[in-house]
Design a protein around this ligand. Structure first.
Ligand code: NDP
Length: 240
């Protein structure tokens, strides 16, 4: 039977490309999203992949949502923590709400989604947790104290949990994309975007499919010896 993959924030951008790559690799795929019903409907119509609505920032909603997914598609073998938001502001203007929203979605959301699937993976002796962190969690970014802190936290979470999952057949890895051409980056003013591209050695934004291929590899049996890793895919913009 095909393994089941659940991708948070799977209906748009990088998440959508991840869903398609995993479907193409033969997995049963389910997507989660937060609120954009129109995008989710269009996604399901186009791809044939079901989309389930709940916020990863809400632990109880995650437990209930994962329950619905598992009832329909079987236990989650591969969890891709991809959902993420930005609420950018220079620190002197950053509000507690901007801080909280980003931490609750981008960091606590990873706990909220991973915790309910963890014991099942341990019992079955197989699992893949793949979290989409960011270049800005590695290097920090002006006006992103909230986002950089959350994404750096995702890397620490990954390294800690990898040690706990290793003997149980569960690998836990993070991917740090550089700037990828999605709604999130297209929302940045064009002038700023052009300045960003000048700092990328390959001279362009990345494509969502380039991150999706990294996920498909880390999900595969071939990647069983890779755990606790941070896979950087940023066009050479930041070398770690
Ligand atoms: P998009 O803004 O294009 O899509 C975000 C997706 O996440 C949407 O499906 C959205 O759902 C969902 N989402 C947002 N908040 C929640 C929530 N609380 N619960 C469930 N789903 C939620 O983002 P990208 O594709 O650009 O980014 C995907 C991931 O990659 C993020 O974690 C981001 O931080 C990371 N990343 C992106 C980079 C880039 O350059 N684009 C660079 C580095 C990292 P809905 O449609 O309902 O709003």
């Amino acid at each position: 039977m095909a393994r089941t993959a659940l991708v948070t924030g799977g209906t748009r951008g990088i998440g959508k490309a991840i869903c398609l790559a995993l479907k193409q690799a033969g997995y049963t795929v389910a997507a989660n999203y937060a609120g954009n019903d129109a995008a989710a409907e269009a996604f399901s119509k186009e791809t044939g992949i079901p989309a389930y609505k709940w916020s990863v920032a809400d632990y109880e909603a995650c437990v209930a949502g994962i329950g619905r997914v598992e009832l329909a598609h079987g236990p989650v073998d591969i969890l891709v923590n991809n959902a993420g938001i930005t609420r950018d502001a220079p620190f002197h203007k950053m509000t507690p709400q901007q801080w909280r929203e980003v931490i609750e979605t981008n960091l606590s959301g990873v706990f909220n989604m991973t915790h309910p699937v963890w014991n099942g993976m341990r019992e079955r002796g197989f699992g893949r947790i793949i979290t989409i962190s960011s270049i800005n969690g590695q290097k920090g970014q002006f006006a992103q104290a909230n986002y950089s802190a959350a994404k750096a936290g995702d890397i620490g979470f990954t390294k800690a949990l990898a040690q706990e999952g290793a003997r149980k057949g569960i690998t836990v890895n993070a991917i740090c994309p550089g700037y990828i051409a999605t709604d999130m980056v297209m929302a940045v003013p064009e002038k700023v975007r052009e300045q960003i591209i000048e700092t990328i050695p390959v001279g362009r934004l990345g494509e969502p499919e380039e991150i999706a291929r990294c996920v498909a590899f880390l999900a595969s049996d071939e990647a069983g010896f890779i755990t606790g890793a941070t896979l950087t895919a940023n066009g050479g913009q930041y070398l770690v």
